[in-house]
Design a protein around this ligand. Structure first.
Ligand code: IPE
Ligand code: IPE
Ligand code: MG
Length: 249
């Protein structure tokens, strides 16, 4: 089969792709297996999409791995996921370094189980000098939590007179979010046919193109990624302007 890769316009790639990896549980169900089997098989898709993105020249890839709401799941599933994060991060460390990929994480990381937090911290430190791509894991992340923390931090700076109220602008808000070091995603992909944001990067996705794929996450492969990027490249991004203005510029 002719790869969709050849149809991608290399000059028009998003710098940052964010993905809601969804559908592991339904994938497992289809295979008559417990939900955790779906999570285990989701790791393969993470590896493939990470590699394909780095090869393409995408600079930032954010993967939503665990939301604050996901603590509501059965305890056994949560425990397995936390263990899976530890083993995956440790196992993939060599590959990340080989592929020159820097690992970062956003979310309420300190409230993760200690072993998960330590494994993550270790991988972040040991990949910190890599420069081909930054892989950002959203772990124990939720956008409303992040926005609440940002508000507290700005309020604190105002009350200690480090910042005046009139100085608060979009730049200051960005600087106080967990994503302060990364550009906003231009493309957000959600797999498994669900059409919602689920508390993911509400501020940062303001002008992102949203692309929804029916593929369940464990089946999502590099061709699916290329297909989403092609869909993104077919869109006209207007940022409030008219179509005529955008075509001219
Ligand atoms: C996404 O797959 C993985 C996580 C949220 C950790 P799900 O586990 O949500 O799979 P479905 O949506 O139940 O199929
Ligand atoms: C969103 O998926 C969170 C992650 C992919 C980590 P969910 O499957 O938890 O989302 P909802 O609850 O169905 O919206
Ligand atoms: Mg889901």
């Amino acid at each position: 089969m002719d790869s969709l890769l050849h149809h991608i316009e290399k000059g028009g790639l998003p710098h940052h792709i964010a993905i809601i990896m969804d559908g592991n549980g339904r994938w497992a169900k289809r295979h008559n297996k417990p939900r955790v089997f779906g999570h285990q098989n989701g790791v393969k898709a993470v590896r493939e999409v990470t590699e394909a993105s780095a090869e393409l020249g995408i600079k930032y890839l954010t993967l939503y791995a665990f939301s604050k709401e996901n603590w509501r799941r059965p305890q056994a599933e949560v425990n397995t996921l936390m263990r899976l994060f530890v083993s995956t991060v440790s196992k993939e460390l060599n590959t990340l370094n080989k592929n020159n990929i820097r690992l970062k994480a956003i979310g309420d990381l300190e409230r993760l189980p200690k072993r998960t937090f330590e494994a993550l911290k270790n991988a972040i430190e040991s990949t910190s000098n890599n420069s081909q791509m930054t892989l950002i894991l959203a772990l124990n992340y939720s956008s409303r939590w992040e926005i609440t923390e940002m508000t507290k931090s700005i309020a604190d700076q105002v009350s200690s007179e480090k910042l005046g109220i009139e100085d608060i602008n979009e730049e200051i808000i960005n600087a106080n979010l967990t994503t302060h070091a990364f550009p906003d995603p231009e493309l957000m992909i959600r797999t498994s046919g669900e059409h919602r944001i689920s508390n993911f990067l509400l501020w940062q996705l303001s002008y992102a193109e949203l692309v929804f794929s029916d593929t369940l996450w464990p089946d999502f492969n590099r061709e699916d990624l290329y297909s989403c990027i092609l869909e993104y490249q077919r869109r006209e991004r207007r940022f409030g302007m008219t179509g005529e203005q955008v075509v001219k510029s």
